[in-house]
Design a protein around this ligand. Structure first.
Ligand SMILES: Nc1nc2c(ncn2[C@@H]2O[C@H](COP(=O)(O)OP(=O)(O)OP(=O)(O)O)[C@@H](O)[C@H]2O)c(=O)[nH]1
Length: 413
């Protein structure tokens, strides 16, 4: 009786959360994060348990064959849903239909050749195997595609390992004691269904939590990035830098402020689409040239910032010069245009700084250097003023600098 009530509650939980997952997936439109697959997994398992209640005990019937097939199809749907959640575009119906046909046939074969006990033992063994594979996938995910969800994934792996172990025990009991092991009210079955009911209560809210986490992470990411170039925006830059200074106290940072030369002229001559393509090109060069861990950002219009972390002064000047030369040399692909287009940038460098509070000052110093670079003819790298030359910094006048590179003649882009 107890086990029957537990199975009834389990069905109610599974079907309610199936409906909830489906509603969430509808709200998520294009990026459903596997919620539609999880809804199907819950529905299949819920239906399997309803069929089990209808059967009353082990029987050989079409309903029983469908029940066993649905019981195993549901973890497959969950597994595929998890793959979708992590961005793998796996199909749903084809693998499920292929599995259903294969497992249906296997049941008929086993029932006729080895008898009913073997068919039930096969269900327990297959369940154990599927959940074992699922736990293995999660453990693999923790090291690769799901690193950011470490705690959640370990939690899931533990819960799923529990089902795996219980099904393995069920298999042993069926092999040892025959179909009597499946009597609903024996103590093992009671423990089994208590565990399954607990999972049906814990897992769905945990899945909703995962989706919520992903959505809020995505929102934060959208708020921190420039939509056109996908580089960090001003806000994202200062958040990322804050994080860096909170966790590291190594070498100071340097800020490079890049400004595309004569950008207005590019827009006016080639149109805004070409202007946008130039900005995306500069962003791409920044992304690929900067070291891993450096922060790349578009802070507005045609102004970009690169913050170099864990480096020294000589390295920063080499990088700035490399960036300038690369941008000067490369031809930019403009959609629907056959005219080759190049652009140059002027780069102002800040003095070293080592706290987030100094970011604004570093930005101002780099801006003053940039201003001097523009005045000196553009397409060059300008070092910051010496620390004691405050008057020059205030007025933005050119100063005598140790690292100044010889400015080349401004080029028409
Ligand atoms: N295509 C495009 N243009 C932009 C965007 N944001 C700002 N602009 C344009 O960038 C131009 C910036 O011009 P200016 O500030 O005069 O700078 P400049 O022409 O590069 O001159 P210098 O910096 O002195 O070499 C303006 O025409 C803006 O309209 C954008 O997202 N896309």
């Amino acid at each position: 009786m107890v086990a029957t009530i537990l199975v009834g509650m389990l069905c109610a939980h599974l079907l309610c959360f199936s409906a909830m997952f489906l509603l969430i997936s509808k709200r998520l439109h294009g990026k459903k994060m596997g919620m539609d697959f999880f809804a199907l997994g819950n529905l299949l398992l819920g239906l399997a348990y309803i069929l089990q209640l209808a059967e009353g005990g082990p029987t050989w019937s079409a309903v029983s064959v469908i029940n066993h097939t649905l019981t195993l199809a549901s973890p497959i749907a969950y597994w595929l849903g998890a793959m979708r959640f992590f961005g793998h575009m796996v199909p749903l119906w084809r693998p499920l239909i292929v599995f259903a046909l294969m497992y249906g046939s296997a049941q008929v074969l086993v029932q006729w050749s080895l008898g009913p006990t073997a068919r039930y033992a096969m269900l327990a063994a297959m369940s154990s195997l599927l959940f074992f594979l699922m736990a293995l996938t999660i453990i693999h995910g923790v090291r690769t595609f799901a690193k950011d969800l470490y705690a959640e994934m370990v939690f899931f792996a533990l819960l799923i390992s529990g089902i795996c172990v219980l099904n393995a025990l069920k298999f042993i009991k069926i092999v040892d004691g025959g179909l009597d092991a499946l009597q609903m009210d024996n103590s093992f079955q009671t423990v089994f269904y208590i565990y399954m009911s607990s999972l049906a209560t814990i897992l769905p809210p945990s899945i909703v939590w995962l989706v919520l986490r992903r959505l809020t992470d995505d929102l934060r990411d959208v708020a921190a990035r420039d939509p056109m170039t996908q580089l960090l925006n001003r806000r994202g830059l200062s958040e990322a830098l804050q994080l860096f200074f909170n966790t590291r106290t190594t070498a100071p940072a340097y800020l490079l402020l890049l400004d595309v030369d004569h950008f207005k002229h590019i827009n006016d001559t080639y149109g805004h689409t070409a202007g946008d393509a130039v900005l995306c090109h500069v962003a791409q060069v920044l992304r690929t040239t900067a070291r891993r861990g450096d922060l790349t950002s578009r802070i507005g219009g045609e102004e970009f910032v690169l913050i170099c972390l864990d480096t020294d002064e000589a390295g920063v000047f080499r990088l700035a010069e490399r960036l300038r030369a690369m941008l000067e040399a490369q031809i930019i692909d403009i959609p629907e245009s056959t005219q080759p287009l190049r652009c140059t940038v002027t780069i102002g460098i800040s003095p070293p700084f080592s706290s987030i509070a100094e970011l604004e000052g570093a930005m101002r110093a780099a801006d003053a250097a940039l201003y001097r670079g523009k005045a000196a003819g553009r397409n060059c790298v300008q070092a910051p003023l010496p620390l004691n030359d405050h008057s020059a910094l205030d007025a933005g006048k050119p100063g005598m600098l140790a690292h100044e590179t010889a400015p080349t003649t401004a080029q028409s882009c």
